[in-house]
Write a protein that binds this ligand. Sequence first.
Ligand code: MF3
Ligand code: CO
Length: 290
Amino acid sequence: MKKLGRNDHCWCGSGRKYKSCHMAFDEKIERYALQRHIVPGHDIIKSPEQIEGIRQSSKLNIAILDEIERRIHIGMSTEEIDWIVSDMTKQMGGVSATLGYEGYPKSVCTSINEVVCHGIPDPARLLQDGDIINVDVSTIYNGYFSDSSRMFMLGDVPPETRKLVQVARECIDVGLEQVKPWNFLGDMAQAINDYAQANGYSIVREIGGHGVGLEFHEEPFVSYVTSRGTEMLMVPGMVFTIEPMVNMGKADIYIDDEDGWTVYTEDGKPSAQWEVTVAVTDDGYEILTY
Ligand code: MF3
Ligand code: CO
């Protein structure tokens, strides 16, 4: 890319001169790059207008999860959850980001107990007393993508499983504390991994979060098992998901070779995951999907 002159219009679209807009910002990023850090390109830094688009998309996303929260019950099939997500998404003028995504057949992922993620809604799978389920909703509205998920507990869930769900929820907060400009994604990862491990749990390595907003899965890949001071530098305007998968037992997973999607824990122990879409702001973060 051609280097911008001081008096050129800034690349961010503000209409201001580069020197009074993002020039010092770019110079600061360049200093990190020279120290061999991974730094974000301009293409993954969102403008205020784009963030507003993602915020609007997120409103649909969370309204859908709120509705699931009201209607989920023992005896309901995961297929019924799919109908609710599909109907509500259309009703509000949105599109499901998962339906048809790389051949994925449904409008939502429903992952129960030892299913880590990407569980496919199924008319034959009825929610049972004691189940824990992750409902993962990904929404497109007006061209903007949002992605979030919550856990639900059905009936009499054993205390040790409740604790897993709770700790997975707290992992989000522990991660959020690290989201601010000039921190690294690895700062967030290590905080989350340390917290999970301190509770006797493990974090899935192979699957993580992602940049999101203009597409479903953008750069960077967001790991929750990397170390402080590593991975991409966080700067204002980055939007990504925090969605660590927390396993009660070992971190190892496998993918169902029949459906090609469902991810299970290797040891059959339960896994829990919450997900938010977050934007890095000038002084910290904004959770878009709250
Ligand atoms: N919603 C998942 C995520 O958080 C992705 C699901 S892709 C699908 O990234 F195809 F399995 F739906
Ligand atoms: Co996601």
